[in-house]
Structure formats: C-alpha cells, structure tokens
Design a protein around this ligand. Structure first.
Ligand SMILES: C[S@@+](CC[C@H](N)C(=O)[O-])C[C@H]1O[C@@H](n2cnc3c(N)ncnc32)[C@H](O)[C@@H]1O
Length: 389
C-alpha cells in the first residue's frame, strides 16, 4: 500500500512546555526535528515510521501523519477538498473512525460542525467508491482523522496514535491529582536523570514519576505497554512487521538499574495504588516503595535526584497548611539530601518561596491548564550558602 511507504510531515503534539524535551527525544530516535511550536514538534517520515514513533516517544501525546494540506474558506470548501482524498485506500469500509479537530476559522462557531463536514466527506467518498460505509462516533480507539484548520489553511492528518499516548495503560488507579504519564516523563528527562545515581520520589501519589523514571532508566519503550494504536486499524497495516519491531525494541531494554528508585507517600492507599500501577507497567521490582511522611524517606548517601510533586492548593489541600509543608521540604533538602539535585514540581510559586532555598533553574510546564514550574535546587555540600534570608 503506497501510503505506508510515503514520506510526509509528521506533527507530534505535546503539553505546553514539553517541546524542548520532545525535540530531544525525536532527535535521539533518529528523526529530524524540523520545527517546534508551543505544543508540538514537527518531523517527517513514512506511515511505517509512525509505528516507531508511537512505540518509542515518551513525552508526546499524538503522532499525526499529514495526508493533505489545502486552502479552505468555508465548510463547503472543506467538504469538497476532503472528498478528493482517496479515503477508500486508507479506511476499510467495515471499520469505525472518529474525527477530532483544532479549528480557528471565522465561519465555524462550533468545531463539531467542521468535524461533521469532514466526517460526511469521508463517509460519502467511501460509500461512493466501495458501496458500503464505515461507522463513526466519538470513541478514539480505532481510526482517528484529525483536522487542523486555521484561517484558510487546512491540514488533514491521520492520528496514528488513536488514544493519546499519555494513556500508557498502566495507571489503573489514578487517585487524586495524578500527573499525566507524558508530563511525568518530561519532568524526569528535565532532571537529566537517566539511571545513574538514585531517584528519590517522596509524595509519589499513584507513582507516575517513579514508574516513568524506571521505564527511562531501563530503556523500556512506553509503547510496549499498549496493544492498541490508531495506525493498526488502517488498510495496509502489516502486523508481522509491527510484531518484529516490538520484539526488537523489547530485546533492547535493560534488565537492571545502576541506582535505586525509592517512592514513598504518607497515604497507604496511594502507595498500594502506586505498587499496582508499577506492577502493571512491569517495573515494580525496580522501585522500593514505602509509607511515610516525606521527611522520613530514606535517602542513600551516594547522590542522585530527589523529586517532589506536592499538592499546590489548586485542586486539593489548604494553602495555610501547605506553607508549613513547603518550608519542611526545604528543611528536608538541607538536612537529608546533600549531594543530590532537588526538584519540586508545583503550580503555586508563592508556596514555593516557603522552601527557602535559592533555585538553580525554573522550567515552565503546564499540568492541564495550570502553569507550573519544575524548580531545581543544588543541594551539594556547602549549598547552605544558597539559602535565602
Ligand atoms: C499532587 S499528589 C502527587 C501526584 C503524583 N505525582 C501522581 O502522579 O500521582 C501529592 C501527594 O503527596 C502526598 N502527601 C501529602 N502530604 C504528604 C506528607 N507530609 N508526606 C508524604 N506525602 C504527602 C499525598 O498523599 C499525595 O499523594
């Protein structure tokens, strides 16, 4: 099938703040990074390449393969241009597909209208060519077509991921305020930790940071945890070569860590959930779990990274009580974590001031709509000089 070997632009979307880390990942798996936007990085490759990207990329949300770009002013233009695409070569007539979109066009008040126009054009074309039509609906667990329409510029993509890549499939028990898997992965990559030294994660909640850290240190491709991607439902998908790619990727993973990963939480329920999630991800034997106050977390003396994602009073927790907690986190860093690099991921910079240590770096991320910072602290011997007065 010509589609699978045809090179096109590929846009990988991500959360705002993540592009520098996604770009690095794209380069490290051997693809070019053509440009980076606020919430996406563009590369290029064939449909076959999208399988590798879906399998390997940790920080991206969706791998979009560009089918066609054209100019369209009105919904009628859109219908006409979309019906010229040979959908019958891509979408089986007995399958199911959904349309998602990102629309900024003055003639469209509700993006769902653009989705319907696009869907109608696809269905009508396949019915005309094949005599039968696929089903459609909102579920994204089979074929997904993505429409990007800004001004007159219209781009039609195949969303080769289907369900977003953040749904790794291991987080059966998410608990309160969990961090998205793709964001947690970007946070670990931002700390520079790749498995040398220890990674200590007090306040681990459902364990996302510790689990993503283990996957990174073991070189385990996150896509190995999933059995369903959008590309699998397209015409011409070659299951046997996909299996070979999975097997080869699995064989390249490591089976031991150099450092230790320690994850604790004050909530017994959180630690139970984190253990189950780690088990589903196949990394439970690489993470040492414990129930305790963050300040009691064991911190081995040979250094590494300590990363905390405390509550920040947006969705849970009381600000006044949290002020004390943030101050105590600073004390914990100073007293127990010398020789480490300390990180706090928070959406509340006022609370962060209570930590009382000078930040070395502040990296902006977005947790959903909330602008957050990953604050870095050098906790080397003598770093008390960096204490704020
Ligand atoms: C924002 S959640 C962490 C979410 C986590 N990153 C995830 O992906 O699930 C904060 C966690 O801190 C824990 N916590 C709050 N106060 C604590 C304390 N004093 N010591 C240890 N853990 C605490 C809560 O039980 C909660 O699980």
């Amino acid at each position: 099938m010509f589609l699978w070997g045809k090179k096109s632009r590929i846009v990988i979307t991500c959360a705002k703040g993540v592009p520098p880390f996604l770009k690095q990942e794209i380069l490290s798996v051997g693809f070019p990074a053509l440009s980076a936007g606020m919430a996406e990085v563009e590369t290029e490759g064939t449909m076959e390449d999208t399988q590798r990207l879906n399998l390997l990329i940790r920080t991206g949300q969706r791998v979009l393969y560009l089918l066609e770009s054209f100019s369209a002013r009105t919904p009628e233009d859109l219908y006409k241009r979309v019906s010229r695409i040979s959908w019958e070569d891509y979408i089986p007539e007995d399958s199911y597909f959904s349309v998602t979109s990102s629309v900024h066009n003055p003639t469209i008040k509700d993006s769902r209208f653009a989705n319907v126009k696009c869907k109608d054009a696809i269905v009508d074309r396949i019915k005309e060519k094949r005599g039968r039509r696929p089903d459609t609906g909102p579920e994204r667990d089979e074929i997904v077509v993505h429409l990007y329409w800004k001004g007159n510029i219209c781009q039609v993509f195949l969303d080769t991921s289907g369900e977003p890549l953040s749904r790794r499939g291991y987080r059966m028990i998410p608990l309160k305020a969990p961090m998205q898997e793709t964001l947690a992965s970007a946070v670990v990559l931002a700390t520079g930790w790749t498995g040398d030294g220890n990674l200590i994660n007090p306040m681990c909640g459902s364990g996302t940071l510790a689990i993503e850290a283990a996957l990174i240190a073991l070189d385990r491709a996150p896509g190995l945890l999933r059995s369903n991607f959008g590309f699998m439902h397209l015409k011409g998908f070659d299951e046997s070569s996909w299996k070979v790619l999975r097997r080869k990727t699995r064989a390249e993973a490591k089976d031991r860590l150099n450092g230790r990963i320690i994850a604790t939480d004050i909530s017994q329920q959180a630690v139970e959930a984190a253990k189950k999630n780690a088990m589903t991800a196949g990394v439970d034997r690489f993470i040492e779990f414990g129930v305790c106050d963050f300040s009691e977390t064991p911190v081995p003396t040979n250094g590494g990274v300590v990363v905390l994602n405390p509550e920040y009073g947006e969705r849970m927790g009381e600000i006044e009580k949290l002020k004390e907690t943030y101050k105590e986190m600073g004390d914990f860093f100073k007293k127990k974590c010398l020789g480490y690099k300390g990180y706090i991921f928070t959406g509340n910079l006022d609370l962060a001031k209570k930590v009382g240590l000078r930040t070395n770096r502040r990296i902006t991320f977005f947790n959903g709509p909330i602008e957050c910072r990953l604050l870095e602290y050098d906790l080397y011997e003598g770093s008390r000089k960096g204490e704020m007065s």
